[in-house]
Design a protein around this ligand. Structure first.
Ligand SMILES: [Mn+2]
Length: 278
């Protein structure tokens, strides 16, 4: 099954949707590996037109490349495989929209992007800071993902939004806590026209709105605030994006998958607005 609006073959497509069903380090509720297929099913019921951005996906050249197939279960080699295949897509001038999987997948994705765009900025929507140096003995995992990303792009080029769960050490980093709207205006000004990667950890939403996540956290943003926040980023130089941590096993039901599918549409439209390389 592929996203119904992904009507193009690989060659003529501008944007490639790529499923990355990896959840090996999920320490609380594993199951985000089932997200790509569940979101594809839910997208059948989601219009291609966005009333928020007033744009239709029908006019965007999208290909669904299916899901990556891992030949090993260890995190290091999975990350290497993601990065290698990612570079292959980028070398062909494609923009990638990746669907996780857990947040760990953002590390190799950003690594590949940063090589092509040395001045890359990263916007992270998330409940969690994810800035630990290691967690449960692992350097590469969902709780250290943004620390590794910060090491790649520079901590000053990482913009964290919606964060409400952190250690006191992590709290030393400057984060935009709790809310989205007013912070995004500032973030947008700070980023200007630099190439930007958006990583959307869907647990940035309040856990009442989106309980289908690997690590639920109350006190989050509403769906409408998130969508309006994303719309604010339209017109920026968005070169790549991912949606991670949706976990159909944590709270089954196509309603939550539909929420994720609408966010996929909104993010694809953001990617569609900027097609040139820096
Ligand atoms: Mn998170």
């Amino acid at each position: 099954m592929v996203f119904y609006f992904a009507t193009k073959n690989y060659q003529p497509a501008d944007i490639i949707i790529w499923g990355i069903p990896f959840d090996r380090t999920s320490s609380f509720i594993p199951g985000s590996r089932f997200a790509p297929s569940q979101i594809r099913i839910a997208s059948e019921n989601v219009e291609s037109y966005s009333p928020y951005q007033k744009q239709d996906l029908e006019s965007v050249k999208i290909h669904d490349a299916g899901d990556i197939i891992f030949s090993s279960s260890d995190t290091d080699s999975c990350c290497k495989k993601i990065e290698t295949e990612m570079k292959r897509h980028l070398a062909k001038g494609k923009k990638i929209f990746a669907i996780g999987g857990e947040h760990t997948i953002t590390i190799p994705l950003v690594h590949a992007y940063q090589e092509l765009f040395p001045r890359l900025r990263v916007i992270q929507f998330d409940a969690h800071a994810d800035l630990r140096d290691e967690y449960l003995g692992e350097k590469l995992c969902h709780a250290t993902a943004m620390r590794r990303v910060a090491e790649i792009v520079g901590i000053e080029n990482l913009f964290q939004i919606g964060i409400r769960s952190m250690t006191k050490e992590e709290a030393r980093n400057k984060m935009n806590l709790f809310e989205i709207g007013q912070h995004l205006d500032k973030v947008k000004r700070a980023i200007g026209n630099h190439p930007t990667y958006i990583t959307l950890d869907i647990d940035v939403l309040d856990s009442g709105v989106m309980p289908a996540v690997a690590t639920p956290e109350p006190g989050g943003v509403s769906f409408r605030d998130l969508v309006q926040g994303l719309s604010k980023l339209a017109g920026g130089k968005i070169v790549g994006a991912d949606l991670v941590e949706y976990n159909p096993l944590a709270a089954p039901g196509l309603a939550y998958a539909s929420t994720a599918a609408v966010l996929v549409r909104e993010m694809l439209l953001l990617l569609a607005k900027e097609k040139t390389k820096s």
